[in-house]
Ligand binder design. Structure first.
Ligand code: URA
Length: 189
């Protein structure tokens, strides 16, 4: 399956009630051969209006952190666990995450990134089935999954910005294969 096909399926998706309130779907964007995939939670208002991930306040903060980590935004694939905006930016419901799961799986299979950066608890839960961001962040699992803070959390608490930057740097280093990542097995968690 190609990215275009996945995007087409997402665009016509009616699997969950979020299809009724969305303005646009936000499938994600970036190169099909990206070495790093960044995974957020769900689109917010500006993302819903534009159809692009992380273009609002969190997106601007993410952009700053990517620059500081030496990563070009145009080199990474950015997407969310849920591809449509939950009303009032509430956390996505379990059923909504399940409805969207096959799209994320298809994106991960196609792009096959070296590193997947799980930004926040919703992303960590969706992929690793784990939560507890303070304990998980900065750690690498199964050689390629790196957990970090969601940029919206940094907008609320700027003290952790350096941590997000250092996790993104780590994602780059793991993707470049420069260094042993100290990867842990999920079964050891
Ligand atoms: N927050 C997310 O999780 N994703 C976006 O695309 C924007 C804000």
């Amino acid at each position: 399956m190609w990215l275009e096909e996945i995007n087409r399926e997402i665009a016509s998706c009616v699997r969950c009630p979020l299809c009724q309130s969305r303005t646009r779907v936000v499938p994600g964007e970036g190169p099909e051969d990206a070495m790093i995939l960044l995974l957020g939670e769900a689109p917010g208002r500006e993302e819903d209006e534009t159809g692009r991930p992380f273009v609002g306040r969190s997106g601007r903060l993410l952009d700053e952190c990517l620059v500081a980590a030496g990563i070009k935004r145009s080199d990474v694939f950015i997407t969310n666990v849920v591809k449509c905006r939950p009303p009032d930016n509430r956390r996505p419901k379990r059923g909504e995450m399940e409805s969207c799961r096959s799209y994320l799986r298809a994106q991960l299979e196609l792009i096959d990134p070296r590193t997947v950066c799980l930004m926040g608890n919703v992303a960590a839960r969706a992929v690793l089935n784990r939560e507890g961001i303070n304990a998980l962040r900065g750690r690498v699992f199964e050689g390629r999954f790196i957990v970090t803070f969601h940029p919206a959390a940094i907008v609320r608490n700027r003290n952790r910005k350096d941590d997000l930057i250092s996790d993104l740097k780590k994602a780059r280093i793991v993707a470049e294969g420069q260094e042993g990542s100290g990867s842990e097995k999920l079964s050891q968690l």
